[in-house]
Design a protein around this ligand. Structure first.
Ligand code: AHR
Length: 661
């Protein structure tokens, strides 16, 4: 009686709730009788860019930094504690970098003159150290040629900061011809910051190149493969697509520094190194030792997408360098090679092994095609220069591959002149999917849960290709992956899902960051040389990605979608494969909310589960010490006569799963 009285008092004036501190029950209706829209299998995906040491020093499990001596300072990452350079006495030896003669993409090798085998060592410092695990095997490989003298052994060992050896092995090099050598050894201690020491038996001159070291426990046990723990976190998200290789890295600061996929396939020793564009981009986070070895190149990205069951979505440069940097333009009459790169990429992914680029794929061990359906042209381009170039790509691609779906871009911002102009022009061209990016405040995300409600249903579809709530400001080094940001993204994502007839692909960005080597924060995952963890934002993405469903259904209150009225956001889907009804509810209020959901149009089992993500403080974060502090917990829920009653925790995301009968 008291409840009804309160309801009468409050509903009229405020639509909902809370009178003199007594909470009312919100009355929601879920009508699952009809599918409003199909949820695209690509709805929740992954954006990968080599920023924050995400590739070399991260996902790519190579432990040696500057393994082929190609950095601008060719000895960067290598230390010679007792070399002649520092001590004239004893004269133990000296390493210098020599260039191969003739044309070579791998230009340099190291030449070590050993004068006193007992005194000389060459040490690699790894990517801010090497993470080693007790009992784990490590695979070493290198190319060597003994130029002169009697060097009989190359010894390698992990060392700690005091020089104590933590496991090693040796290789017996033979002769002056270049040969590849391999050896395996085991670490006898776990350490986050080991180094690799190389010493020699005998004296003379030995040349070495591609000195490489990988843990044995890579993803799928692939030789020279990816870090298992990181891929596992990605795979657990059930991504619908993998966008690669970025981001601004696609465009380059200058055209010469753009990402050129053809230089990233084939034997790894022939992949030409490139300075990473994030190397000195931010004065506050310089990383002069940040390069792209392309150990992860386009083949590896396609393979990773395939492993995860994700659609590959490569993005290519369109003849414009990053407009935040030089904005260098390829003249229109010189655009052909860029367009040809796009056509050849499609052949690389989808062509038969009798085609030139299909053969390259086959030679790399993948005769089957990669089933590429999407290609992106340009990253954050804006203005007429982009549209002009985009049209040329579109025409060439559609003429040869009419089935290919092309992703175009609306620039770096979610509103404003560039955005408006881009959308207007792309609409005129009747493009298929437009990429939008938004790095905005948590408030913006909460307030924009209705963003796509107003979009033209007959226009291009949307790829929310890069987004993340910024707790301080865009790209501020003080941004945090805190609970407020994650919760606000969850609220916004209910809006993406409610508009699944327009929004076809979505991804958080950037994806990951090295604890010490990062340039940009926030990021979805953090890792160091031994461990990795998902942020609260990761768990939001994972909850949506693993519960994407197949069909959008309606959930409402008083006939209205829930878009933040009394701090409540909601979306609902059916999964016709798993026979589930899935409801996502976000409560951004400081208090719990009591809700009642009347399930109409379908019958559901009497028991279901709620997966709840919440934290006491909006500033809470996950960390290496408490990697799962904010992670979902499960509760059982009951359904009585088609009604679900819930008390939504304050500041929480709840994913409710009911079984369809
Ligand atoms: O995600 C980091 C950067 O933000 C991307 O490289 C770029 O596309 C955006 O400006």
């Amino acid at each position: 009686m008291k409840n009804r009285l309160l309801k009468n008092l409050t509903l009229g004036a405020f639509g909902f709730f809370s009178f003199a501190g007594i909470a009312q029950e919100a009355n929601l209706t879920l009508d699952a009788s009809k599918s409003i829209a199909k949820i695209q299998p690509t709805m929740y995906g992954i954006f990968f860019e080599d920023i924050n040491f995400a590739a070399d020093g991260g996902l790519y499990a190579e432990m040696i930094k500057n393994r082929s001596f190609e950095f601008l300072d060719p000895k960067m990452g290598w230390i010679e504690p007792n070399s002649q350079k520092y001590y004239m006495n004893p004269k133990s030896g000296f390493a210098h970098v020599t260039m191969y003669s003739g044309e070579n993409t791998n230009r340099n090798y190291v030449s070590v003159k050993v004068e006193d085998a007992l005194g000389y060592s060459l040490i690699n410092e790894g990517f801010r150290g090497m993470g080693i695990k007790e009992g784990l095997a490590y695979n070493l490989s290198l190319f060597a040629s003994v130029e002169e003298g009697n060097i009989a052994k190359i010894n390698v060992a992990f060392i700690d900061e005091n020089g104590h050896e933590l496991g090693g092995t040796s290789i017996a090099p033979k002769g002056a011809d270049w040969k590849e050598y391999e050896a395996k050894f085991t670490a006898n201690q776990t350490l986050a910051k080991a180094k690799l020491k190389i010493t020699f038996e005998g004296t003379g001159t030995i040349n070495m190149d591609m000195i490489s070291l990988f843990p044995e426990d890579t993803w799928k046990g692939r030789k020279k493969g990816l870090r298992k723990d990181i891929v596992q976190l990605l795979d657990d998200m059930n991504p619908g697509f993998l966008r690669f290789p970025g981001g601004c890295i696609v465009e380059g600061r200058t055209l010469a520094q753009r990402y050129q996929w053809k230089k990233t396939v084939g034997p790894i020793e022939d992949r030409e190194l490139l300075i990473n564009r994030w190397n000195t981009e931010f004065d506050h986070r310089p990383a002069p030792d940040y390069f792209q070895s392309f150990g992860i190149g386009f083949f590896e990205y396609f393979q990773l997408a395939e492993d995860m069951g994700a659609a590959p979505l490569p993005i290519l440069g369109c003849g414009i360098a990053c407009q935040f940097n030089t904005g260098e333009l390829v003249p229109m009459e010189d655009l052909d090679p860029y367009v040809q790169d796009a056509l050849d990429l499609i052949q690389f992914a989808n062509g038969g092994i009798d085609t030139p680029w299909g053969k390259v794929r086959n030679d790399m061990g993948h005769p089957d095609t990669f089933d590429m359906k999407y290609i992106g042209i340009g990253n954050e381009q804006w203005g007429p220069e982009y549209i002009e170039r985009y049209k040329v790509f579109e025409k060439a691609i559609k003429t040869k591959y009419p089935e290919m779906i092309i992703v175009s871009g609306s620039g770096p911002f979610p509103e404003g002149d560039y955005f408006e102009y881009g959308w207007e022009e792309l609409k005129k061209l009747n493009t298929e999917i437009v990429d939008e990016h938004y790095y905005r405040s948590p408030e913006w995300f909460r307030e924009n849960a209705t963003r796509y409600d107003k979009y033209d249903r007959s226009g291009p579809k949307v790829f929310a290709g890069e987004y993340a709530a910024q707790s301080v400001a865009i790209a501020s080094p003080d941004n945090k992956n805190n609970w407020e940001c994650a919760l606000s993204e969850a609220a916004f994502m209910t809006g993406l899902e409610r508009n699944a007839d327009v929004v076809y692909l979505t991804s958080y960005a950037p994806l990951m960051a090295h604890e010490e080597g990062w340039q940009w924060t926030p990021d979805l995952l953090w890792f160091n040389n031994l461990e990795s963890y998902g942020t609260p934002n990761y768990y939001v993405q994972k909850l949506f990605g693993t519960n994407s469903g197949t069909d959008l259904v309606s959930i409402s209150e008083n006939g209205q979608a829930l878009t933040g009225q009394h701090d409540l956001y909601a979306s609902a889907v059916k999964d016709l494969f798993k026979m589930e009804l899935i409801i996502k509810l976000v409560n951004t209020a400081k208090e719990p909310q009591e809700i009642r959901i009347n399930i109409a149009g379908v019958k559901v089992a009497s028991k279901g589960e709620a997966y709840i993500l919440s934290s006491n403080n909006l500033t809470d974060e996950n960390s290496f010490n408490a990697p799962k502090a904010i992670s979902p917990f499960q509760e059982e829920i009951k359904i009585v006569k088609g009604i679900v009653r819930l008390s939504l925790k304050e500041n929480s995301l709840s994913v409710i799963k009911l079984r369809l009968k």
